[in-house]
Design a protein around this ligand. Structure first.
Ligand code: ATP
Ligand code: MG
Length: 285
């Protein structure tokens, strides 16, 4: 059987979480040191450690079969690759920002102005779509200092909390795109490699389902069981077991993390007691 070559960021914000995802998928890596590559003794993949900027090109050319990187980098590089699956980490947005005291009334502000960025392709597309004629200054790092040193009137950069903008006396004025980590793949994988990719995707899906769900156990008076079962549908329907104490049942189910607090309040109102909530490690639907 062949091997699927997966490129991950060598060192940076994505490295740790990319390797964690593979580990959560049960893929062990022989060579713990991140040198150039690592192989797995229990899954047919080889990991290539590369700069994230280079990953789209390598995947397009087939040097790597797949890669994990930010969507922002995929869109900026504009290579001919498939976005297979968003991965739910490294969430951020790419925004336009201007000096705090600038009089900003809308995107027209940028007409005939200079904007510094490391993402000229994405920014030019935005300006074209909004009929704005701005000058883009492409720089590779420390974009946020550009207005203070007189290089530009505004910047276009990654924002997550906004604290970097604040420190540099800037305010976010337009959110242009949202981005998260994504699995990309070469457009023409051999059937063998496609099969490995599909197996990997199945595992990633199980890990992500699990992360989004909690396992819940509780005790409830029998007269509330029907109503509680409606609130806690679970994967098929909840498991209901009689308790030794007359008139009471134990209910087991799965709930989505994001509905958790709402549901807990309703359950308490229905007389639920001894509510236990635990993490789910893998979840196969
Ligand atoms: P280099 O290429 O020099 O390693 P980089 O800026 O490309 O630097 P990182 O800073 O590690 O690399 O960022 C990698 C990716 O992580 C970005 O392309 C983006 O998708 C995501 N990211 C960057 N900054 C943040 C942030 N503050 N919050 C969340 N995700 C971020
Ligand atoms: Mg980079």
């Amino acid at each position: 059987m062949g091997t699927l070559k997966i490129a991950v960021q060598k060192s940076g914000r994505l490295s740790e979480k990319s390797l964690q995802l593979l580990s959560d998928c049960g893929i062990r890596l022989s060579n713990g040191e991140r040198r150039l590559k690592a192989v797995s003794p229990n899954f047919p993949v080889e990991i290539l450690f590369l700069r994230d900027d280079d990953i789209p090109q390598y995947v397009e050319e087939g040097v790597a079969d797949a890669g994990i990187l930010g969507q922002n980098e995929v869109w900026e590089k504009n290579k001919d690759v498939t976005e297979v699956k968003p991965l739910g980490f490294a969430g951020c947005r790419l925004s336009l920002a201007v000096p705090k005291d600038a009089l900003y009334t809308g995107p027209d502000f940028f007409n005939n102005r200079k904007v510094a960025t490391s993402y000229p392709v994405i920014l030019q597309k935005y300006f074209d779509e909004n009929n704005i004629n701005a000058q883009i200054e492409t720089i590779s790092g420390s974009v946020e200092i550009a207005p203070a040193i007189g290089l530009a009137d505004g910047i276009f950069d990654i924002v997550s909390t906004g604290s970097t903008l604040q420190i540099n006396g800037l305010k976010e004025v337009e959110q242009v795109i949202k981005s998260e980590a994504v699995l990309i793949a070469n457009k023409t994988l051999t059937p063998e490699k496609q099969e490995i990719l599909d197996k990997l995707l199945f595992r990633i899906q199980s890990v992500r389902n699990a992360a989004e769900n909690k396992y819940i156990l509780l005790n409830a008076p029998n007269e509330s069981v029907a109503e509680i079962s409606r609130i806690l549908p679970g994967m098929k329907s909840p498991t209901v077991l009689p308790l030794a104490e007359e008139g009471w049942s134990s209910i087991h189910s799965v709930i989505r993390e994001d509905t958790f607090w709402d549901i807990i309040d309703k359950l308490k109102a229905l007389g639920a007691e001894g509510i236990l909530v635990t993490n789910v490690e893998k979840m196969i639907l």
